[in-house]
Structures are given as structure tokens and as C-alpha cells.
Design a protein around this ligand. Sequence first.
Ligand code: GNR
Ligand code: NI
Length: 174
Amino acid sequence: MALLPILVAPDPRLKLKAKPVAAVDARIRRLMDDMAETMYAAPGIGLAAPQVGVLERVIVVDVAKDDEKPQLLRMANPEVIWRSETLATYNEGCLSLPEHYADVERPAECRVRYLDHEGEIRELHATGLLSTCVQHEIDHLEGTLFVDHISALKRNIILRKLQKLKKSKELEPA
Ligand code: GNR
Ligand code: NI
């Protein structure tokens, strides 16, 4: 197991479309496990492979609360096959947009088809925070961040702040 460095926006790699996984083999299982370890350490409730610089369609999600037993989902090639007409708003965060939050409206429920960590085809009916999180992660596979769902004004404020923070860190002595 290994902790992977998480890319912070603005980064061109976070804007690219990830490629489908051909098969859930030992390499993909290791990626899933390293991503899970990285997500728990962050801590976060989800992580998509592009956030760790891997442009493949792999996500991990665990929305269980700290006092509940872990409910890790490892997904390859996840696809939303149904979305509810009813929408829900969550104040979203993202490990690639650290310390910034914004209300994002998405379908309240969705159904997702994916390959699990053993390569089995599965479907998940997601509601509540799980639905929001899975949609947020699948967005990452398309190069979409939560700031792409809010006004250009709010998006640019967040991205400029993060850019400025990066520049100031580049100037820090090693
Ligand atoms: O840890 C995370 N919290 C979160 C909160 C509300 C909506 C989505 C998320 S996902 C985020 C981790 C992350 O950046 N995943 O890509
Ligand atoms: Ni994110």
C-alpha cells in the first residue's frame, strides 16, 4: 500500500478525459487500494484516479461516518445509467480544491454500473451523500471539477486563489 500525492487545481491533468480500464487486473487492484489508503489519509469520502495523476477510469468512495463501519466501493469504468429528475444541493468540497466549498445541484439519486475490484459487473442505486459523491467522482473522469457547476465568477475566484497559493509555495525555500 502507498500514499499517492494528490494534484491541486489549476493543473492541466485534472481537465483531461480518463481512459477506460481494459480489465481489472493486479495493477488496477493495486491502484484502487493505494487510492483508498490515500482517500482515508486525506481524509476524504471519494477519490478519482486523475486526482493522483492516473488518467484511467477508476474511483473509490466511502461515505460511512467515522463511527460506522467502513463501506469502501472500488469502481472501474463507472457509468451513470439512470438519474432522478429530483435534484439535491450539497455543499461540496474536493481534495483538488483544498479548503474551498460551494453548493452544487445534481440529481438526488442515480444508478451506476461499474466493474468492482474483482472485475465483476455491478450496479449501485445511490441516494443522499453517496449519490452526490459518486457523481462528483465520475465528473473527475471527464475532467470536470465541482467549480465547473457554479458561476464563472465564483469558479475564477477559487482557481485564482489556488494558483496564487501554488506560486507562493514555489518561492518557498526547500
Ligand atoms: O472528500 C470529499 N468530500 C466531498 C464532499 C461533498 C461532495 C463531494 C465530496 S468528494 C471529496 C473528495 C474528492 O475530492 N473527491 O474527488
Ligand atoms: Ni474531487
